[in-house]
Design a protein around this ligand. Structure first.
Ligand code: AMP
Length: 231
């Protein structure tokens, strides 16, 4: 049975770092909508030119465009066996569309399609901790990886040797806007998913390894006990 996971949480909660690790562990694609948009901006594609100012301001790209991008990505063969979505859905309309794509209305029952139900992981963190973390965050200018993922080197990326730089949307005034946008548009998703048997919460204010361990155990429990493999 495939594992379809959505990571929720404010900016800086560690979703990207955790998603990259977990996708490796579970051997499913890590689909980060923010990374896809930053890549498009870096390559100056029509999509990149269209969304650059939106990302720089900390606002959200419109739902129709984002759902089209994700629908297309989920149709790729590597996502058939499962996926880990990081940064999508970001609004209730996006979550509704995702349910539609997966063919299962609020998944209290096993959907009839071939997709397994979503396991939704909320990584929670206070606003104060978000502001503290993002003020210090460095990412690789080449591959986009967060420096704290594995690197002990202050200047260059552990993976590709690229230069570490602050993310342009990690400036304090933009982070404040992203947090405001999170509380207004994304936090209602917790309510949207909370009643599902596959919803779980993990404290993001722990050591990175401890957050990973917590997610692995809770997802295993949710995936196995709520929807045991068919015999
Ligand atoms: P992230 O890397 O997830 O923090 O995303 C960076 C930025 O990309 C966000 O601040 C938004 O401007 C945009 N973005 C990423 N995912 C979405 C989404 N699902 N809906 C709308 N905008 C998004």
């Amino acid at each position: 049975m495939s594992l379809n996971v959505v990571m929720l949480g404010p900016p800086g909660a560690g979703k990207g770092t955790q998603a990259a690790r977990l996708a490796k562990t579970w051997q499913i694609p890590h689909i980060s909508t923010g990374a896809m948009l930053r890549e498009a901006i870096k390559n100056r594609t029509p999509l990149g030119l269209q969304v650059q100012a939106i990302l720089d301001s900390g606002a959200l790209v419109d739902d129709a465009l984002m759902t089209a991008i994700v629908q297309d990505r989920l149709a790729q063969p590597d996502a058939a066996a499962g996926f880990l979505l990081d940064g999508f859905p970001r609004t209730v309309p996006q979550a509704r569309t995702l349910d539609g794509i997966l063919g299962g209305e609020p998944d209290k029952v096993r959907p009839t399609g071939s997709r397994s139900p979503l396991v939704v992981v909320e990584v929670f963190l206070t606003d104060g901790e978000v502001l503290r973390r993002l003020a210090a965050r460095m990412v690789c200018a080449e591959c986009g990886k967060n420096s704290q993922d594995d690197s002990k080197d202050a200047d260059t990326c552990y993976d590709c040797g690229g230069q570490l730089v602050p993310r342009t949307d990690d400036k304090e005034e933009v982070v404040r806007n992203r947090l405001e946008v999170y509380h207004r548009q994304t936090a209602p998703l917790v309510e949207y998913y909370r009643e599902r048997p596959t919803f779980c919460r993990v404290d993001g204010n722990q050591l990175v390894d401890d957050v990973t361990d917590a997610i692995v155990s809770v997802v295993r429990l949710k995936a196995d006990t709520t929807y045991p493999p068919r015999t």
